[in-house]
Design a protein around this ligand. Structure first.
Ligand SMILES: [Zn+2]
Length: 640
């Protein structure tokens, strides 16, 4: 931090008048050492975790927030940037340079650089406090996930297929326990809710899952949420916006809350109608099995699986025996080879932070592209969910710097590790983000790879999911873990036909979470929110079906509160889905999922980082503006 401040001081004290080179480029060069340490630290704290790193993160996060604000709010720095920005047209800048200057200027303003001194001081205080609260929020969720396990004895295993039993055995072993243990990791809890014939245990597990972050005591996130929301709202108002959502959406592809909400509205009612029909069928099945009560959220997955089995003759445990992790990772690599000419060579001697991490050198026809790290399995101290991150971003401002990219997943470990089809899609999703980082070909670090608008960043990841669902991918890589036999053709057909299944549930579960995100972030008095009451009233108001749980309850909605990245931005998945559904059809129209010309255009989009406006990039790839027709078709939500 001291080093970076000295570099900034040298920029602002430069007696020469500001130029792009002595100010903007110098700013891009500043803070290299801090950036290196910061990315290593945050990667290890998320992937490795543990008491010591957690304590350090609590100590360091507010200091880093204060440090960043000191730079954002440096009046002399803003004066130089402002002067350049005003003469932008006469500086003879190239397109990426002009965009960099414009975005740095905007970023300073959005952090308060143009405010009066008292308001600036308040912006800094808010930023520091938010850093503390975000860290605490994430650590509280992890605490609750580690604190809860459900021990099962032989009598409790009714309905559980072998892969769930073996995952539960493995989880018990890792915790030094005997027998079987269900944890709150998505890769164990979801299969448990899908298969356990013991309704009492499903209820117990489900209630623990949705209670993460909502236990009275020192780890209660419900206390933190109103304060986080109030601080965000205050910051937005200091900057002249009505609320945080308006502030956030002003710098997005959607452009406004109204545009984001209009898209969510387009899928919400059709999604609900679809879910209602699905619930009707679940109830019919439940009745024939002698269940006479009301369907609840801990029943849905269980009966849905029975219908899936009946309608499509699909059996989750049969399917899983064809999805061996290693083969699917290879499929993700080989797809990138066919589309973009990339190759992946294992680097077994490369030092890594955990023995489960695998390192690969990525190359293309022109040589070294970067390093890819895969960290696939769940561990008790690892943050839940799946994500891509970087240890080093690509840039070429002075000498070329190649990227070091990591994918984290939380797959249940077993020997061999078997995935569900959902897991396989997640693997491809994160690998799509990884390609965005790896294929980056920009000059300036601030524009590298995934440094794009939040509602554009899910396009590379979501479009990549389409390739795992190709029959030819399944024929080659979905091979039985014992016999090595390819998945039977009829099973592939049924698996793909079943993709339309349960789309009402999926749409409702997700969209409700995106809607509540908007609602808390454009709330006029967020400090008064009582989390439980607000949530209950909101879900009633939007007509949330009682038998479907919201995908993330507020008390463990880490996208919103364990950091600011997706706050008022959870809609971005749907926004990007409009683009990925529409975009993948370009390959269909070319008559080949690996059409070289279309792939070449996609590579341009993936390599551009934030050097261009995202819609312009999309249109250059697709040849026209996107529309929602493909999304509604793929979610099976077209109105009759
Ligand atoms: Zn993603």
């Amino acid at each position: 931090m001291t080093e970076q401040l000295a570099e900034i001081l040298a920029i602002v004290e430069n007696p020469e008048s500001p130029s792009f080179s002595n100010t903007v480029e110098a700013l891009q060069r500043a803070g290299k050492g801090l950036q290196r340490v910061r990315s290593i630290f945050y990667n290890l704290s998320a992937s490795l975790g543990g008491e010591a790193l957690e304590a350090l993160e609590r100590e360091i996060s507010p200091k880093l927030a204060q440090h960043s604000m000191r730079i954002f709010l440096d009046p002399a720095l803003f004066t130089r940037i402002e002067a350049l920005y005003k003469q932008c047209g006469s500086l003879a800048l190239e397109e990426d340079q002009a965009r960099l200057l414009e975005r740095i200027h905007m970023n300073l303003i959005r952090n308060g650089a143009a405010l009066a001194p008292e308001a600036k001081a308040r912006m800094t205080a808010i930023s520091e406090r938010l850093a503390v609260l975000h860290t605490e929020f994430g650590q509280n969720v992890l605490h609750d996930e580690k604190a809860w396990t459900l021990s099962l004895d032989d009598a409790d295993l009714e309905g559980l297929p072998e892969f769930v039993r073996s995952g539960a055995r493995q989880a018990a072993t890792e915790r030094g326990l005997d027998g079987y243990v269900i944890t709150l990791s998505r890769s164990l809890i979801e299969p448990f809710l899908t298969f356990s014939a013991r309704r009492d245990l499903r209820q117990k597990a489900y209630e623990a899952w949705i209670a993460r972050g909502a236990h009275p005591g020192p780890h209660d996130n419900r206390v933190l949420i109103p304060e986080i929301l109030a601080l965000r709202s205050e910051r937005a108002q200091l900057l002249g916006y009505a609320n945080f959502a308006a502030f956030r959406l002003a710098d997005s592809m959607a452009g406004s809350c109204e545009a984001a909400e209009a898209l969510l509205a387009e899928v919400w009612e059709p999604g609900k109608a679809k879910a209602k029909a699905e619930a009707g069928r679940l109830l019919t099945v439940a009745r024939t099995e002698g269940f006479n009560g009301q369907l609840t959220a801990w029943d849905w997955r269980y009966y849905a699986e029975k219908i899936r089995r009946a309608d499509y003759a699909l059996d989750e445990s049969e399917l899983k025996s064809y999805f061996v992790f290693d083969n699917l990772q290879q499929a993700a690599f080989d797809t990138a080879t066919r589309l973009f000419g990339l190759t992946f060579t294992p680097l077994p001697d490369m030092p890594v932070y955990h023995p489960e991490v695998r390192a690969y050198e990525v190359k293309d026809g022109a040589g070294h592209v970067g390093i890819f790290l895969a960290d696939p399995f769940a561990r008790p101290d690892k943050r839940s969910g799946a994500w891509m991150s970087s240890f080093r971003d690509q840039q070429s401002m002075e000498t070329p710097v190649s990227p070091i990219i990591v994918n984290n997943n939380n797959f249940a470990k077993s020997d061999p590790a078997l995935l569900s089809f959902d897991d396989a899609e997640t693997l491809f999703h994160e690998f799509g983000h990884a390609l965005h980082g790896l294929l980056s070909n920009v000059r300036y670090p601030a524009q590298s790879g995934t440094s794009v608008r939040q509602d554009f960043v899910e396009l590379p990841s979501q479009i990549y999911e389409h390739w795992v669902a190709l029959p030819e991918t399944l024929r080659t890589y979905a091979r039985h873990y014992k016999t090595g036999e390819p998945m039977p053709e009829a099973l592939i057909e049924r698996l793909l036909a079943a993709r339309n299944f349960n789309q009402g549930f999926g749409t409702v579960e997700y969209t409700a979470a995106a809607l509540i995100d908007m609602a808390v972030h454009n709330h006029p008095a967020p400090e008064t929110i009582d989390v439980e009451t607000f949530e209950a009233q909101f879900l009633t108001r939007i007509g949330m079906p009682a038998e479907i749980g919201i995908r993330h309850r507020l008390a463990h909605f880490q996208h919103l509160f364990a950091g600011g990245g997706y706050a008022a931005g959870y809609y971005a998945y749907m926004w990007s889905e409009v683009l990925d559904a529409d975009g993948f059809e370009a390959f269909a129209e070319a008559g080949d999922a690996f059409d070289p010309a279309t792939a070449a255009r996609l590579r341009i989009l993936l390599s551009a980082g934030d050097t261009q406006d995202p819609m312009a990039l999309y249109v250059a790839f697709r040849g026209r503006m996107p529309n929602t027709a493909a999304l509604l078709r793929s979610r099976n939500l077209e109105l009759a």
